[in-house]
Design a protein around this ligand. Sequence first.
Ligand code: NAI
Length: 334
Amino acid sequence: MAYTITLIPGDGIGPEVSAAVVRILAAAGVPIQWEEHIAGAQALNRYGDPLPFAVLESIERNRVALKGPITTPIGEGFASVNVRLRKELDLYANLRPVRSLPGTPMRFGSIDLVVVRENTEDLYSGLEHIVVPGVVESLKIITERASMRIARFAFEYARRENRRKVTVVHKANIMKLSDGLFLDCVRRVAREYPEIEIEEKIVDNACMQLVMNPQQFDVLLLENLYGDIISDLAAGLVGGLGVVGGANLGDTIAVFEAVHGSAPDIAGKNMANPTAMLLSALMMLRHLGEAEAADRIYAALCRVLAERQIRTRDLGGTATTTEFTEAILAELEA
Ligand code: NAI
């Protein structure tokens, strides 16, 4: 029986990398019936809402979605569809494994770490107002409930995946109440996992240490904003945004998407690296219990990068999105 999965190709490079991934999953023989939906500016123009009800309904029914990036207007216009989606579906955990791939330039040596980002609150609550002209207030919301469940998610993940350490990243020296609450919740949860080491790092120091000695890290646990920033930093350690996949997870729903955005600078040019979207799709296959297919596709990807030396421009190569995708298809069929 085929899986029914919601597909949101997104905009910018989204449709190009989504099409590549759909082809690769089909070639690997995974039976998927895609329910395709639009969101973002296209949906706003067509339906009057950047996140139409039909999209949410489809994801709630299928419980699994693969999503491309969606552009958010800067400083004006509609609120981020990505943030809205995570909040409306209560996808509270953002999981981003950052791993070096063979055959890619490795300035920082071999990396294998996982970013766990709280996905529903913090400064992403969208609560901003003008107090008086020239003075703006943005509210940072941290709750015990959300902090406890993301901490539990991180430690459960560490236990299940045999990870040895969780580093909680914070700024509780300055934001004593909000980050203090987050840190306190993490410490409380950590006591239930004595086999996993807990380490605490202030966010500025964590950034420096990530660049100086990234191998010391294992699982990183962060609030929403720090998690957003450090995810991109960590992606930079392994070759950039083109090679890091991710998942937004709730208790019953999972939406898989790459860390990167819509990359307007290269959109429509057949230049995007589909690896990040593919790695997100492989996380989706494992979530569905299709680990064998995921392993096969991952092995094909590694052979293309390492043995065939075929790479897109972000990794120093010259291959187009199509050429890179077809090399993976050829490896799968070999
Ligand atoms: P971006 O991630 O779109 O691009 C940053 C840089 O990385 C660009 O130079 C881009 O060409 C490169 N890049 C990204 N993905 C790549 C890939 N697959 N292959 C090769 N190069 C790649 O970040 P930016 O420019 O800050 O954001 C653009 C738009 O995307 C904004 O509207 C932003 O709000 C949105 N965005 C959406 C996200 C989502 O849908 N989850 C996440 C992040 C940003």
